[in-house]
Design a binder for this molecule. Sequence first.
Ligand SMILES: [Zn+2]
Length: 256
Amino acid sequence: MSDNVCYVDAYARSVEARVRAVEPSAEAGRGALVLLDRTVFYPGGGGQPADRGVLRTADGRTWHVVAARKAGDEIWHELEPGEEPPAPGGLDGSAAAAIFTADLDWDRRLALMRTHTALHALCGVVWRDYGALVTGGNMEPGGGRMDFEFERMSGELVGAIETTVNEELLRARDVRVNVLPRDEAFAIPDLIRTKINLLPEGIEQIRTIEIVGLDLQADGGTHVANTREVGTIRVTGYESKGRINKRIRMELVRPA
Ligand SMILES: [Zn+2]
């Protein structure tokens, strides 16, 4: 099982690790895969894309990581296509595994953390003020979209939502990560709306992200520690995906 620091400390930018396994490129245009014993790379999921960054050794060699992904409990790092992966074990061919530094593209990750937290603030406001459930979402660094079961959404409401979300962000609310036993999580009414009941039975621990006083969701992503780090948002569009399903698009206003 890969030890991933990102789930407990979203601000960890790098970690020292050893290569446990390497898979050569499976197809043309795809990079080789590297499994480390520890990492800081978020493997993607819940609408948040996987991290990018580099693996480095003390002697100055560098490998570019274009994505990370989860396979079972392991997190694999995908190298740029064509890059020769490092060998497991020592760099000089000895048996003792060499130390690598796994280093995030931090500007991109921080933009994703701010964006992800902004989207939760949007969900929190839409739920609290309009009772609308979120059905999905996606993001890139600096912007994203959320889909809601929100029959009466209109351009006017969207303007009001933008104003309220920005007021909430500027209240400097703390953002907390918690891990709860499954039955405890199921007893929290607020979590029902994120369709916690769809989580596979085998999952015993539920990780939650709480914007204190505004929003609580079961979530695997990385977030900033306080909403003041988000700055403000702008709603850039909304559209109907059917009679009930509506999509709201937003972006961050303040540069990181
Ligand atoms: Zn989320």
